[in-house]
Write a protein that binds this ligand. Structure first.
Ligand code: HEC
Length: 220
């Protein structure tokens, strides 16, 4: 076992995935526009669009209806897929998550592969070259690859209601956030700043149907 680990480590280093959840998982970024990745990218992008739209719509509606301090109780937590929850009607999506370098909820903390993605986006933004999408392939021994698609999210003006400068928040909201998220690092953003990533995982192949699919009609 020791020897095996020793042999695997350089491999992990080469792939830039040091710190992965196990020494034997390797993660590489791939080109989302390469023809062999387009199908999976499109499935992932559709899911990300849906998550992003839900986020914006639900948050806007809840804030308008009940005010921001009440909205945090049910809107952000419930309307959005929680860590690891799968999207209805999208069987190839195996996980959905939001993460950030500045977390409000520690439960959204990045895993090893997300840390690499966050660092890469931060670096690209510093270079003045913010990426639109990142695609990552994660290989684990004996398993089909996990594909991940990441999209950076910017802070829109309406996000500032709950992520803006703390002095601009209502005292009720501030109190509620402090109570629920004592280690909140997601305040004091300004519009246009990079907030974090939406990540979806896509299975390499469609899930196998419960029963074998009916045979196609005889070919002509
Ligand atoms: C009504 C208040 C409210 C508004 C408006 C709001 N958020 Fe949040 N946001 C929260 C709360 C509360 C959490 C913690 C949710 C949880 O417990 O998972 C959160 C968490 C997040 C996270 C997950 C990472 C973390 O820090 O835990 C991201 C990313 C995020 N918000 C982005 C946005 C963006 C982008 C917008 C604007 C489109 C937005 N938020 C608008 C209250 C809000």
């Amino acid at each position: 076992m020791k020897t095996r680990l020793f042999l695997l480590l350089p491999f992990v280093f080469v792939h830039g995935a040091f710190g992965a959840e196990t020494a034997s998982a390797t993660a590489v970024f791939v080109n989302p526009n390469a023809p062999e990745h387009v199908e999976i990218r499109d499935i992932g992008e559709k899911a990300i669009n849906r998550v992003a739209m839900t986020l914006v719509n639900e948050v806007n509606a809840a804030v308008a209806k009940n005010g921001a301090d009440k909205a945090i109780d049910f809107c952000h937590l419930k309307a959005l897929p929680m860590t690891g929850q799968i999207i209805t009607g999208m069987p190839r999506i195996t996980a959905v998550k939001r993460t950030s370098l500045r977390l409000r909820n520690p439960a959204n903390a990045p895993d090893a592969h997300e840390k690499v993605a966050l660092a890469r986006v931060e670096h690209d933004i510093e270079d003045g070259n913010p990426p639109r999408l990142l695609m990552q392939r994660i290989d684990r021994p004996g398993k089909k690859p996990e594909w991940r698609l990441y999209r950076p999210m910017a802070v829109a003006p309406q996000c500032l209601t709950c992520h803006g400068p703390s002095e601009s928040l209502s005292p009720e909201l501030r109190a509620r956030l402090a109570e629920r998220y004592p280690d909140d690092k997601a305040l004091n953003y300004t519009a246009g700043q990079w907030r974090g990533l939406i990540r979806v995982s896509i299975s390499d192949t469609p899930p196998s149907p419960a029963a074998p699919a009916p045979k196609a009609a005889t070919k002509s």
